[in-house]
Design a protein around this ligand. Sequence first.
Ligand SMILES: [Zn+2]
Length: 377
Amino acid sequence: MNKIWITVITGFLGSGKTTLLNTLLKHPEMNQAAVIVNEFGEIGIDYDLVERSDENIVQLANGCLCCSVKGDLIDTFRDLYIQRNAGTIPYFDRVVIETTGIADPAPVLQIIFTNPMVMNHYSLDGVVTTVDVINGVSSLERFPECVKQAAIADRLILTKSDLVEVADHGEKVKDLSDRLRALNPAAPIVVRNTGDVDPGDLFGTGMFNPETKKIDFNSWLNPQKYLSETTENPFNANEADSEATISYYKDRGHTPEDRRGNDNHHHNPLIKTFCIVRDEPMSLEMLRMFLEGLSNEAGPDLLRVKGIVNIENEPERPAIIQGAQQIFHSLEFMDRWPSEDHRTRIVFITHNIDKKYIEDTMSLIERVAERTVAAAM
Ligand SMILES: [Zn+2]
């Protein structure tokens, strides 16, 4: 695959996301990365620190990427690609996107997974989420976006480790790590002091292994981490959004649909994480109906879905599916199974959708698909 790999950096305000990016931009390995920064209402790139040409650093300052300026993100992907190929900006083979602290990462992933232009030229490497050791727990308890950012991450970076009192250090890091582990069982958690990061923290965190230049199944899906049972959000959400919280969002250009009305849909963030396993292969038709059905019925609540599927008639090659909010059935196939285990395994990270609902949907679709096939014969 010669696609341009995308890393999405999320993390709440004050979690050290911008410091991390500023530090990384000084590394020579970052010269082949274009950077998209959404810095509405926040302090962005510190150009005094960055000793590089800024032609492929794009700042989107008109609103929030997850809701008000989605179209700007698509335009930016297109412009960067065209300019790269025309040689009017330095060549890059990666893009790093820094979202605002308050952004919900799922709509950003949805663009990456479903926009045809973006899908043609780019592919998601992974989502890296920063959580600071000092204020992480309180942010996670106050802001549902924070919980989503941590739940869908491929890697969690605990920042500001150096700023914790030595006496409290072990306990603080352990408490935060344990709770994050309950929320997100598979993402590696790394602990970093301020300024102590390197590009390896950002790259190859998900699907793509930069060393072998191949799909790294275990780091990407890691299904055995999800097999035991459903995990749920261990951070107690507090009551509905206060006026202060709502204006806080507005100041940051973040105006998602479901916050404009009265419903508290996304408030208590009941994030659930589980893995669906299926022994028998499924037909392409069944998979297509399953993904369409799920996208229609539960789209906004599917924060992230990823998996490999054993397709009838393709016993040697597993199909890869991934999505957020919407899952397309344009399939990619791996050259071969990554292990002896040829079962279909699909990891779901959802907002309040449980495993049983997905399993019931799958068996319903299976019966419908069988009937459709029988009727066509
Ligand atoms: Zn937003």
